[in-house]
Design a protein around this ligand. Sequence first.
Ligand code: RIB
Length: 294
Amino acid sequence: MTIFNFGSIVIDNFYKTPRIPVPGESVRADSFKKGLGGKGANQSIAAKKAGSDVFHIGAVGPDGNRELELMKKHGINVDHVNYSNLNTGHANITIDPAGENAITFYAGANDTQTLERIKKGFENAKPKDICLLQNEVNLVLEAAKIAKSHKMKVIYSAAPFDVSHVRKVLNFIDLVVVNETEYALLLKAFGKCFNKPLLITNGSKGSCYLSNAENFRVKSPTVQPVDTTGAGDTYLGYFASNLDQKKSVNDAMEIASFAAALQVTRYGTSEAIPRLSEVKMFWKKSGIQTLALH
Ligand code: RIB
């Protein structure tokens, strides 16, 4: 089985500041660094590190060679990442001493996907392969339709959240992934009419899976976070990969929780995503009893 990820590739600019500025305020940063990010690229890297074959479909600009090379270095297939005339997307990420962040995201090349290229990107997808989708690229609905025409299992991360996007894709996806804030917005918009399986991540408070057939709740291991950026992507990449490797939903959630908890103890997004061996070591040291990681 393989994971096809139609998703963003972004240059992340990190600014560590004493606090996140309020509107109208300018705050001096204590440090600055650049890294590879984007919800799509982060999820692809996490899924690859968790053990899956990953094909990334997306776009970078003329300034995106470094990001593309980094993805290749991680072992991700980027044959269907295209070059666009627009600059590579970027995100300015402000991180406070508690590890909380505020992000300004510019899509750039991520918004230049075309139907023809998406079709090509999914050409070799087989039934039951996993398709990952997020909202940082254009033509998500079209990608969901194409993935469904290949009978793939489509997992949609509704971030950045936009209820009109959720409404459009609902008939073409199998699982919606949201964080607690997005879940509240989802409930407000759909009420009890929402009838798709849902995976809700809630940071240090854990995650839960809700569907008509079964519900699961998984705790997060306790850690001291330094930067929570990309934790949701780490969780989702690990979760999808473990489903891809035929683990149960509950086991996939447990492994993903350990991976995300370890990721938030490090600065950065993609470069902070742990390898599977590190996740296993972290689990052993935690003393927490779970069968999922044996
Ligand atoms: O989810 C984290 C990601 O969101 C960052 O890597 C940044 O690129 C933003 O898009």
